[in-house]
Design a protein around this ligand. Structure first.
Ligand code: ACO
Length: 370
């Protein structure tokens, strides 16, 4: 038995949800470039769950259902109030999503219908939890979700308590489309491993959030912003990046296990970053990002991934830095739950082997002689 570090190149399941073939990402056979330009996040969530794009009335039905399910139990809000003031936002989300199960009587109902309902409920409640967490830590009361509006609109509304700007809504919606699913990424795999034991959907999504939190995965978007803040100015980009590369340090937001010629999502976020910069009259973050790309690609051949330009996009939308990865979770909840439903439909326990590299033939010596 020989281990493959990081399971690189290992095909662990079949799936009909999304594919990455020759650098092209598709959801249910639709190119991400087409979806990014021509579909809303709710259409994409419907596509991931049901395998087809919705008709207008199916879309209206889904938006209505998301709205009806967006409120979170008062007990979960009470718990959020008790979290320590400086709680990490992804740790808060992980804990809060886990606690949602305690208030759902159907949490352990494994029927298909109940699981689809829970997928929609989780998709609707995750934005509410994140917005409530963000407000409570500032000493503000949570804002109740609105019915009949998109998730992008509702999230920005619940975060600020104000009607969001349409440019911001459009940008966030497109970012949600781009992050919705990504084949067998680390968090989706974590979700599938968890539910393959026939554990419940809340456990699967909680596992996924734990995996997404890390800086090698979803946490990279926040780490990119930390780096941009540390660099501070366009003039400092070159010395900063050169020093990092000379020290063989990783530059967050670059590289990918699967894409070696560039992440197809990155160009959309780059365009968005440029357009938002122009609109707000502040191009500095965009220009710093382009310069970083020029240096990292030039010297290491590494291309930006989905996380790189999302940092400047979210900052320009005035979203606090530590909500970047939770926003990723809002979007990926659609993919996680679609994969969980697919796993239940054709389940087998996921239980690989390990190549043992430890000592052999050990004998227990009495404790006094050790
Ligand atoms: N900066 C500098 N060097 C890098 C980077 C980077 N961002 N990424 C990879 N490399 C180098 C590694 O140091 C390594 O070099 P070596 O062979 O000389 O040791 C080589 O490229 C291969 O890198 P691995 O880390 O082994 O590649 P792996 O496929 O395991 O990792 C990963 C992929 C985790 C995305 C990696 O590129 C990385 O750490 N990037 C930065 C974090 C990041 O942006 N993560 C978000 C990914 S997208 C997402 O999850 C949403």
């Amino acid at each position: 038995m020989t281990a493959t570090k990081g399971l690189e190149g290992i095909v662990a399941t079949t799936s009909s949800i999304s594919s990455i073939i020759d650098g092209v990402l598709t959801y249910r056979g639709f190119d991400i470039d087409d979806l990014a330009e021509n579909a809303s996040f709710e259409e994409v969530a419907y596509l991931l769950w049901y395998g087809k794009l919705p008709t207008q009335s199916e879309l209206d039905g889904l938006i209505k259902r998301l709205g009806e399910n967006a409120a979170v139990p008062a007990g979960v809000i009470d718990q959020l109030k008790l979290y320590p003031k400086n709680t990490n936002s992804m740790a808060a989300l992980r804990t809060a999503v886990s606690s949602l199960a305690l208030y759902d009587e159907s949490a352990n109902d494994m029927s298909k219908e109940a699981n689809i309902q829970k997928a929609i409920k989780l998709q609707a409640q995750i934005p509410t939890l994140i917005a409530a967490f963000a407000r409570l830590r500032e000493g503000k009361e949570p804002v109740a979700p609105k019915a009949g509006v998109s998730i992008a609109t509702n999230f920005l509304y619940m975060l600020t308590g104000q009607e969001p700007d349409q440019v911001a809504v459009k940008a966030l919606d497109q970012a949600l489309v781009l992050h919705a699913d990504h084949e067998l990424n680390a968090s989706t795999f974590a979700a599938r491993v968890t539910v393959a034991t026939l554990s419940d959907i809340y456990s699967g999504v909680t596992s996924a959030i734990g995996a997404l939190k890390g800086p090698l995965h979803g946490g990279a978007n926040e780490a990119v912003m930390v780096m941009l803040e540390e660099i501070g100015s366009f003039a400092n980009v070159e010395p900063f990046i050169n020093a990092k590369l000379a020290n063989k340090e990783k530059i967050m937001g670059f590289g990918h296990r699967v894409y070696k010629n560039g992440d197809p999502r990155a160009k959309h976020l780059q365009k968005m970053s440029r357009e938002l910069g122009k609109l707000t009259g502040n191009m500095e973050l965009y220009e710093m990002s382009v310069k970083i790309e020029e240096l990292v690609t030039g010297q290491k051949g590494l291309k930006p991934n989905v996380d790189f330009y999302s940092a400047s996009v979210y900052t320009t939308l005035q979203i606090p830095r530590d909500l970047f990865t939770p926003i990723f979770a809002i979007s990926r909840a659609s993919g996680w739950t679609a994969h969980i439903l697919e796993q239940y439909d054709n389940n087998r326990l996921i239980r690989p082997r390990a190549e043992y590299t430890g000592p052999v033939d050990q004998k227990v010596t009495p404790i006094a002689q050790r």
